[in-house]
Design a protein around this ligand. Sequence first.
Ligand SMILES: Nc1ncnc2c1ncn2[C@@H]1O[C@H](COP(=O)(O)OP(=O)(O)OP(=O)(O)O)[C@@H](O)[C@H]1O
Ligand SMILES: [Mg+2]
Length: 222
Amino acid sequence: MTAPVIEARGITRSFGGLRVLDGLDLSVAPGEFLAVTGRSGAGKSTMLGILGTHDLAFEGSLSVGGRDVRSLDAEGLAALRREFLGYVFQDFHLLPDLSAMENAVLPAVFSGTLDGDPEEQAREVLEHLGVRIDDTPTSRLSRGERQRVAVARGLINRPRVLLADEPSASLDEESENVLFDLLDGLRRARGFSLVAVVHTRAVLSRADRVMTLEGGGLHAAS
Ligand SMILES: Nc1ncnc2c1ncn2[C@@H]1O[C@H](COP(=O)(O)OP(=O)(O)OP(=O)(O)O)[C@@H](O)[C@H]1O
Ligand SMILES: [Mg+2]
């Protein structure tokens, strides 16, 4: 069996007296599409934030690419994120005054490590996702367009895993299908794993595996 690209064991995370994650276990295989579902407040975003190494205040162990995140200093962690992890936030976190292209290249500009021209890389993904490339600030784009810019930004450093928190929330059914067609095409071409919080049956049926987050842990969805 190939080594998992993410391995989480016994992840527990509390906020004050509220234990949101309680001994959560998860292995993500290279290239797989894992869909995560669960009711609002179940802890899906909390879990993705931990897998994305944005939140280190958890108990338990987390390895990404075979490396224990706790064994790394700040620089090592930044390098790990660059190499392995792309992230699409539930509320996008785009810079509203910047264009689609400017937003999409930001992680590559910050890390400064991408081989080749970041704009060329971004153009490839933006075009693939059908985003018009011009100077329009993203604040003027439609919700669906902003969602696709956020996905393009998550992919700019060619991560091994894309963590996507409801990447199609509030899109109509057709736009959602289009987004996942494009995302699936990219995933197959590049071979990254996709861990996405999704809710609709159409998208859940595309996943290799569906897990429900409930009671602080993940359960195979029936
Ligand atoms: N930084 C924080 N401080 C305090 N409580 C938090 C924090 N982050 C999350 N929580 C709490 O943890 C619980 C899980 O939140 P989370 O955002 O992970 O849920 P979710 O499953 O993503 O929900 P949704 O489907 O609505 O996005 C909620 O009760 C939330 O209020
Ligand atoms: Mg959430």
